[in-house]
Write a protein that binds this ligand. Structure first.
Ligand SMILES: [Cu+2]
Length: 377
């Protein structure tokens, strides 16, 4: 009898493992929309349609070209279409031969324009922790929406488990104490109970693991998204500041904390920086991360982004900001004495403002031309 029960128990756990493996197989994931080789081509086609749509939407094609550097770069690297190369030359400004160099006054105006885009405005702050905040910051990127619903689901499960275990303990204390139950029974095993309390937790863990891995592979590491970005930004951690590079726009600058005495009216302490990262709204931004010295972590809570900046290693993540405004984050790996003083500030702007900023930033940070821009392809 006992051996039969043990056998059936083993078969049951084998079935659980097999079921889990099947559920996580590429076949099952494909049905849920995870890209396999067959679907990736259509997804890539979708991505390029998306890029084309964005081009068609924007009235100024030049501005649009700036917004889709990823898509454009892919085409120019295949390098066959002269009109596209012309466009990409035009967007890099001074490099194009027929374009007239800007006068000093024009340069000044463009830089002032870019600074106007990044000017602090307390009303525009959306991504920042609040006093007595109990939950996450409002999600402003597709990954974080998924993460929040996963968190909510797991919270329900662990709440039920906690209440159940607490109830069991109270029941045991009341029912089996010395006074109520003076002569205890002497048995030590109960096969049925042992099978139940092993199998049910296995099923619960599988139930949590499947949606969790799904978020991981469909959003965090979805190659179709991360390989077809609208914008690429390289982030380098330093002791103790961040530097940002836009390889396709040829912009590079350092982002240092603003000292308290220089804070603009209403700006938060320890979060404000001199040169924030500027990205367009509703565009896939690919972040490539590394470090020049020790390990840092680049974190933007409202986007659900947290990634290590590790020396000698290139990490990658992405986000798509859904709302214009100012977002704050902080380095979150202890990286030395000024770890608390290397905040991250992202300004999410409209396509028009991003074009304005790009134009001025190129001139403003032109002195940074010692920066080496590596090709990503
Ligand atoms: Cu740090």
């Amino acid at each position: 009898m006992t051996s039969k029960i043990i056998l059936s128990f083993r078969l049951l756990s084998l079935a659980a493992v097999a079921g889990f493996t099947l559920a996580m197989s590429p076949l099952a994931l494909a049905q849920e929309g995870q890209p396999t080789e067959a679907t990736s081509r259509t997804d890539a086609a979708k991505a390029s349609t998306r890029a084309n749509d964005a081009n068609a939407d924007a009235p100024a094609s030049d501005a649009a070209a700036k917004k889709n550097p990823g898509a454009k770069r892919d085409e120019t690297h295949e390098g066959k279409d002269p009109t596209i190369s012309d466009k990409s030359d035009a967007k890099s400004g001074a490099a194009a031969a027929p374009e007239k160099p800007l006068s000093d006054a024009e340069k000044k105006a463009a830089i002032a324009d870019a600074e106007d885009v990044t000017k602090f405005d307390a009303d525009k702050v959306v991504g920042m922790a609040k006093p007595w905040q109990m939950y996450y910051q409002p999600a402003s990127s597709p990954v974080f929406h998924k993460l929040q619903s996963l968190h909510d689901a797991v919270l329900v499960i662990i709440t039920i488990i906690t209440i159940f275990v607490l109830g069991l303990m109270i029941f045991i204390m009341l029912r089996f104490n010395k006074r109520v139950n003076p002569v205890p029974r002497k048995f030590t095993h109960n096969m049925v109970v042992e099978v139940v309390w092993t199998v049910i937790p296995i099923l619960i863990l599988i139930g949590i693991a499947i949606p969790s891995l799904r978020v991981h592979y469909q959003y965090y590491y979805n190659e179709n998204i991360i390989n077809n970005p609208d914008l690429t930004v390289k982030v380098v951690g330093h002791q103790w500041y961040w530097s940002y590079e836009y390889p396709d726009q040829k912009i590079a600058f350092d982002s240092n904390i603003t000292p308290q005495k220089d804070l603009p009216e209403g700006a938060p302490r320890l979060l404000e920086v001199d040169n924030p990262l500027v990205v367009p709204v509703n565009k896939v931004v690919r972040i490539q991360l590394t470090s020049a010295d020790v390990i840092h972590a680049w974190v933007m809570p409202a986007f659900g982004v947290k990634k290590g900046a590790v020396p000698g290693r290139l990490n990658e993540t992405w986000f798509k900001a859904e709302k214009e405004g100012i977002y704050y984050g902080q380095c979150s790996v202890l990286c030395g004495k000024l770890h608390g003083f290397m905040p991250i500030k992202i300004i999410v702007v409209s396509d028009e403002d991003f074009a304005r900023w790009t134009k001025g930033a190129k001139l403003k940070f032109a002195a940074n031309d010692s920066m080496q821009f590596a090709s990503l392809n």
